[in-house]
Design a protein around this ligand. Structure first.
Ligand code: NAD
Length: 484
């Protein structure tokens, strides 16, 4: 039967997940109106353990297939995700809140990891190494690490999953994914399409506990789970890293950021404003690589801010299902409280309110875009990840000093700057202590690029050929006694 693009919520629920009537079911709500949209199974410790056992049972046959065979199945999965983009985007908007057009964009981005790693998996080369003795031969091969536990956040409910699942599957690993409690439906839909594509049962498993510790307990007591891949906050990442030490699991951490966005005096102002709109307001500021601290050279400050304010004033806040909305709701009450507390604290400490959009009634999760000027290092908006549509701006005179200010944080995920001077572009990119630097660009994510941070922003890279290596071990073989 041909796939029907125009489906209602009931049909989506029947296609992609099983509803639960249990008392303790995990309840999923729509942040736009805070209404219940689904009740699904709450995975306790034993359920999590069973899912891990299923991943163990499926490992040998998945790992022993040829990389070409895995690639073929992954390409089918990619085609299905592409075909069902509308379904998947609607599910995402309903549970996460982002505008439908952005959700569609995320599904395209998310599917690109499946295709990219389906292609890269067949290039998981080993190497030959010149040996010191005539009777020796040294070679390396790369093998799957084994069973993987993946834990993901709510801000990109689909892409954060395929960024882990696709390289893991391509490498021959089986995976148990624990999505965020806020956005489990996108994960279940992706897994259901993997199964429809012919990826064998047990290779992709999704667990949905209301208490994430039920999963981590099962993972950390199992010495055969060989790898943890986590995307989320720095405190939880540190906790998982400590727990992984017990059985020395391989670990990747994609944690929070505090991105500087610097505009030098020789920048293309229009381009820089447009870059900042993307880097600040994509996903309503709820991105680990969102511009957090904005530094503008004093000589272009006035011109930049005039144009920036004009663009921010044009942003429409509203439900993601309405086509005119640019910014959806924040994810929950805690996120709204955090954003308003940060703004109030900054104002108390001397920041100037340049613009605040229309505020909604108390209790709504819609938070207006805000522009603060005169921000300083003493304020939370500069010290912490804002994770909301608040632009915290300051001006600078000295191009050397601003790099020191930008580096004055324990985070090291993404940084951005704008300049037309080629020497400055090189030096500044080299001196910024970040895993990723956008040079005259406010958008840096791509399946082909190594995404990841340094310092407390994480360990390892996702995407690119380095992303595949995270799910493989190198085995070195030394052949001796070779005679002519
Ligand atoms: P979070 O750390 O609260 O939760 C992330 C995931 O960890 C969720 O699935 C949650 O259920 C789970 N979790 C929490 N405690 C756990 C425990 N004890 N054991 C096992 N799992 C546990 O983060 P969040 O609020 O969902 O996401 C926002 C954070 O994620 C931000 O800090 C953001 O910067 C970061 N993030 C980073 C990247 C990146 O690539 N570096 C990408 C997206 C988001």
């Amino acid at each position: 039967m041909k796939y029907n693009e125009h489906r209602n919520w009931k049909e989506l629920a029947e296609t992609y997940w099983e509803s639960s009537d249990e008392q303790d079911a995990l309840e999923v709500t729509n942040p736009a109106n805070q209404q219940l949209i689904a009740k699904i199974k709450n995975f306790g410790y034993r359920d999590c353990k069973s899912s891990i056992d299923r991943a163990h049972a499926a490992l040998a046959s998945w790992r022993d297939r040829t990389a070409y065979d895995r690639s073929r199945l992954m390409k089918k999965w990619f085609s299905l995700v592409k075909e069902r983009r509308n379904d998947l985007a609607m599910i995402m908007t309903m549970e996460q809140g982002k505008p439908l057009s952005e959700a569609k964009g995320e599904i395209t981005y998310s599917s690109s990891f499946i295709r990219w790693f389906a292609e890269e998996g067949i290039r998981a080369y080993g190497e030959t190494i010149p040996a010191p003795a005539a009777s020796s031969r040294f070679v390396t091969i790369r093998q799957s690490v084994g069973v993987v536990a993946a834990i993901t956040p709510w801000n990109f409910p689909s892409a954060m999953i395929t960024r882990k699942l696709a390289p893991a599957l391509a490498a021959g690993c089986t995976v148990v994914v624990k999505p965020s409690e806020e956005t489990p439906l996108s994960a279940l839909a992706l897994a259901s399409l993997a199964e429809e594509a012919g990826i064998p049962k047990g290779v992709v498993n999704v667990v949905t506990p209301t208490d994430p510790e039920e999963f981590s307990k099962a993972v950390f007591e199992d010495s055969e789970v060989r790898k943890i891949s986590f995307t989320g906050s720095i405190p939880v990442g540190k906790k998982l890293m400590a727990a992984a030490a017990k059985t020395v699991k391989k670990i990747s951490l994609e944690l929070g950021g505090n991105a500087p966005f610097i505009v030098f005096e020789d920048a293309d102002i229009k381009r820089a404003v447009s870059g900042l709109m993307t880097a600040k307001f994509r996903n309503n500021g709820q991105a680990c690589i969102a511009a957090n601290r904005i530094f503008l050279h004093e000589s272009i400050y006035g011109e930049f801010m005039e144009l920036f304010e004009k663009k921010v004033r044009e942003l429409k806040v509203g439900p993601g299902m309405e086509s005119q909305s640019d910014l959806g709701p924040l994810i929950n009450k805690a996120a709204c409280k955090k954003a308003s507390e940060m703004v109030e604290e900054a104002l108390e400490k001397g920041a100037r309110l340049r613009y605040r959009g229309q505020q909604e009634a108390d209790g709504s999760l819609f938070y207006p875009p805000v522009i603060l000027e005169n921000c300083t290092e003493e304020m939370r908006v500069f010290k912490e990840e804002i994770f909301g549509p608040v632009a915290a701006v300051s001006s600078f005179k000295d191009g050397r000093r601003v790099i020191e200010q930008a580096n004055d944080t324990q985070s090291g995920l993404a940084a951005y700057f704008y300049s037309r001077d080629i020497s400055r572009c090189w030096i500044c990119a080299e001196e910024l202590e970040y895993g990723m630097v956008g040079v005259n660009s406010g958008f840096i994510s791509d399946a082909s690029a190594p995404f990841g941070g340094i310092k407390e922003s994480g360990i390892g890279r996702e995407g690119s050929r380095y992303g595949l290596e995270e799910y493989m071990e190198i085995k070195y073989m030394s052949f001796g006694g070779i005679k002519k």
